[in-house]
Design a protein around this ligand. Sequence first.
Ligand code: GUN
Length: 294
Amino acid sequence: MSASIIDGKDFAAKIKENIAKQVKILKEKYDLTPGLAVVLVGEDPASQVYVRNKNKSTKEAGMNGYEYLMDDDVSEEILISKVKELNQDPTVHGILVQLPLPKHINEAAVIEAIAPEKDVDGFHIINSGLLATGGKGMVPCTPLGCIMMLKETLGNLSGLDAVVVGRSNIVGKPMAQLLLNENCTVTIAHSRTKNLDQVVGRSDIVIAAVGVPELVKGSWIKPGATVIDVGINRILKEDGKTRLVGDVEFAAAAERAGAITPVPGGVGPMTIAVLLKNTITAACRQKGIEQPQI
Ligand code: GUN
């Protein structure tokens, strides 16, 4: 293996340390404790783990964490009224409704009910509009974490060729926008893209966020490229046990890449760290306070 490993766990731990210091300052100087409310509908085991981890990290950073669990068959109306109640709650500065939601609920309607300034996921159309037009909104956590890791690894991204494989509203589209804001030349690839191997093969930066296990082959990677793997796929092994793999064929890609994120331990830990950072940003903006820089 020639690539250096981008250690998301280590990087996230440093961000969390910094966040805990910021929280301490906000408490001491402004009597402000940032608060994050997470709403989970239903009992999807993966979502339960994510929500538990988010709440645990929030409290570890010294912030207030509120968890709201709702039954799988809750109506859209009741869910939206909960969101509206949280919009009005002055102790809550960030609201996150864990996705996916059950099929009978219109996800877009729930997201649009969140006050844009409390939308720490950055999924509200006001925030996606602000990201697209260079405004100051909330930026989705996973793509922002990817950009932070890229800048830490490469420094200036200006002029680099980047490909984002995947076009979801949560990762692919905001990721492409952020890369564009860093002056990359950006290609968005997806399931209908022709000659994906060639598109990946000419890219200095590869972001894989498509949700297909090991879709991006190691042999496609341009020598020296930086590879960020957002995928988390659980696959069944021959012995009946399961294994987590990303959207990139890790071992083969690491032979060619300059730097690569592992799965697990790459992008995943960064997402929660950035969520905490977004919650502080949201709290400071709501109170008209300059965010402490440490
Ligand atoms: N489900 C998977 N990832 C996310 C995320 O970043 N935010 C929310 N709200 N739900 C998710």
